[in-house]
Ligand binder design. Structure first.
Ligand code: SF4
Length: 392
């Protein structure tokens, strides 16, 4: 059992980021998109039976929810006008506004969604040869304050509900179909927020994506900065969801400077939780490593990294740092990325150098939203100041 690290600064008082949903339903009308499939079945069956409607109406309504991404009950045109009106009286649907859509020259599409209370959240569609991947957000902002991340720059706002998480998938899927991009093949929780700090909403959203929207569990990846209790919870699920770990440093000292939550969940504890995850399902773990020139990209770092993750069926993604307002860091040059990857491969760890996508539309995590901010939060400024001791 891990002991609580009392030295973690106030910035990492992340209890707020693990609290109840900020938009938990208080209104009488429940939100169908915020419910698990079995709950929707029961609620709709009771609703239609109460109005003397036949049972097959449940299936019709669910097809509009889960296959056709209906934005309102009015769209459910195989139900009578009266039946649609009664549904709208009894239930609501989480449908955020599309505040902005940006399309990159490389095909990447970024949506900025405005939630009912005005919070802005991003999702990104990333087409590649045989895939259409959706990168989704799990929180408005983020409390983890990783010093290289635009969302960390913006700070934490609130938890997203299950309905708000799944709404990004529905909205992006509908947009992709209307614009000829085809079906979404993969989902990654790598947008704004730390998904495993919002487990009460993220875990049901995994169930919905897999069981209601029909996306294979192996096509859904949860990315974490290393929240050990969340990794254990994911390991305990029967579905084969994939895990990506944002490591960004091969040793404790450097990781604590780049990823402050490492002070709460140090590397030995993180590695043990990954052992348990691998034992639970035999699933390959992906490690994400942002390459920052002169900070974490020395070849010795690559050797340390190979030694650290070599015990897993691991794959390392090397991602050039995407410059953000704040630290004056640069991405590692391409030759360094290649040389770093070669050292990993020589150490028996498969590695891929990722190309930055959507730079012309600020597609790095949280960057579009950060453009709307004017002043970084004080704790973040302090972290950046401390981290300058890392290099240069
Ligand atoms: S990298 Fe992820 S966990 Fe870290 S601040 Fe950004 S959104 Fe949060």
């Amino acid at each position: 059992m891990m002991e609580e690290n009392k030295d973690v600064p106030d910035l990492l008082d992340i209890s707020a980021a693990a609290g109840p949903d900020a938009t938990a339903e208080t209104a009488a009308a429940p939100d169908l998109l915020n419910m698990l499939p079995a709950e929707v079945d029961a609620a709709l069956a009771e609703h239609f039976a109460g109005h003397g409607e036949r049972g097959f109406r449940v299936g019709q309504t669910k097809a509009w929810l889960y296959q056709r991404d209906a934005l309102s009950f009015d769209e459910m045109t195989d139900l009578s006008v009266d039946a649609r009106g009664r549904l709208a009286d009894a239930f609501t649907l989480t449908v955020p506004d599309s505040a902005r859509v940006e399309r990159s020259t490389d095909g990447t599409v970024k949506h900025l969604w405005r939630m009912s209370d005005g919070e802005l959240v991003e999702s990104v569609l990333i087409p590649s040869r045989d895939r259409l991947t959706l990168c989704m957000s799990s929180q408005a902002g983020c409390a983890m304050a990783c010093v290289f991340c635009a969302t960390g720059w913006s700070g934490y706002r609130r938890q997203l509900t299950t309905g708000e998480i799944v709404a990004q998938y529905r909205g992006a899927r509908r947009w992709a179909q209307e614009h000829g991009l085809g079906p979404i093949t993969n989902v990654v929780f790598m947008g704004m927020g730390e998904p495993l700090m919002n487990r009460s909403a993220v875990m049901p959203s995994l169930t919905l994506l897999n069981h209601a929207y029909g996306l294979g569990a192996r096509r859904i990846t949860v990315s974490t900065v290393g929240i050990v209790p969340g990794i254990d919870e994911l390991a305990g699920r029967p579905e084969q969801f994939r895990l990506a770990v944002s490591l960004h440093a091969p040793n404790e000292a450097l990781r604590q400077k780049l990823v402050p939550v490492a002070r709460k969940y140090p590397l030995p504890d993180l590695m043990e939780s990954l052992d348990r995850f691998e034992e639970a399902g035999g699933r390959r773990i992906t490690f994400e490593y942002v390459m920052i020139d002169g900070v974490n990209d020395e070849l010795d770092h690559a050797r340390e990294l190979a030694a650290l993750v070599g015990r897993f069926q691991a794959h390392v993604n090397l991602i050039p740092f995407n410059p953000i307002p704040g630290p004056d860091w640069r991405p590692s040059p391409h030759e360094r990325l290649r040389a770093f990857a070669d050292v990993l491969e020589a150490g028996g760890v498969p590695a891929t150098v990722r190309s930055p996508r959507g730079r012309d539309i600020a597609a790095a995590c949280g960057q579009l939203r950060a453009e709307h901010e004017t002043t970084p939060p004080k704790p973040y400024v302090e972290l950046v100041r401390q981290s300058r001791g890392v290099a240069r």
